[in-house]
Write a protein that binds this ligand. Structure first.
Ligand code: IMP
Ligand code: MG
Length: 178
């Protein structure tokens, strides 16, 4: 898999350090709030498990699946694949997402959740590809800003591949442009 990367962008040590910082911040901000921490499948799964394990306050977890990319690397239509099991009404919700690109996915998701009367909805993202933002979404907590390159690893995929790399790397252009 590594031969398909043009470079390693973020090492596992850098990820671990940021996860620790974010978890500490979330512990402080959500103390006594029993937040519902929501993993957006599948891309956020590694980041999500690391974050919740590093948090020390009482919390609950749930999962949601949204698909916006299909098999390729270009943004498409947002599709709602799996809903939450529990109600968010009156709850403090933390959405854990892998990467915010155009922002369309989270804009859509946040609107749906806000329509269910939660106490609050905040977004925690591993990566913020800020140059490509189209929709107006606020990233409340983030680990890293990245330039406009297609990255994989640590949950992020290209055509379902590379999710199990333990660091984040830039995918060679010839892989997704062929
Ligand atoms: P948005 O709706 O354009 O913000 O798209 C967000 C989704 O696109 C993310 O949750 C990812 O699944 C996918 N995505 C965007 N950029 C990348 C990338 O560089 N690598 C892998 N997936 C990406
Ligand atoms: Mg995603």
């Amino acid at each position: 898999m590594r031969e398909d990367l043009s470079c390693i962008w973020i090492s596992k040590e850098q990820i671990a350090e940021k996860v620790k910082e974010l978890a500490k911040q979330l512990d402080e901000d959500y103390k006594d709030k029993n937040p519902l921490v929501v993993c957006i499948l599948k891309g956020a799964v590694m980041f999500f498990t690391d974050i919740v394990k590093a948090m020390t306050i009482p919390l609950e977890i749930d999962f949601m699946a949204i698909s916006s990319y299909g098999q390729g690397a270009t943004s498409g239509v947002v599709k709602f694949v799996k809903d939450l099991d529990v109600s968010v009404t009156g709850r403090h919700v933390i959405i854990i997402e892998d990467i915010i690109d155009t922002g369309n996915t989270l804009y859509y998701l946040k609107n749906i959740l806000n329509g269910r009367d939660p106490a609050s909805v905040k977004i925690c993202a591993l990566l913020d590809k800020y140059e490509r933002r189209v929709a107006d979404v606020k990233v409340d907590y983030k680990a890293f800003d990245i330039r406009d390159e297609f990255v994989v690893g640590y949950g992020l995929d290209y055509a379902e591949k590379y999710r199990n790399l333990d660091e984040i790397g830039v995918l060679k252009r010839e892989i997704y442009e062929k």
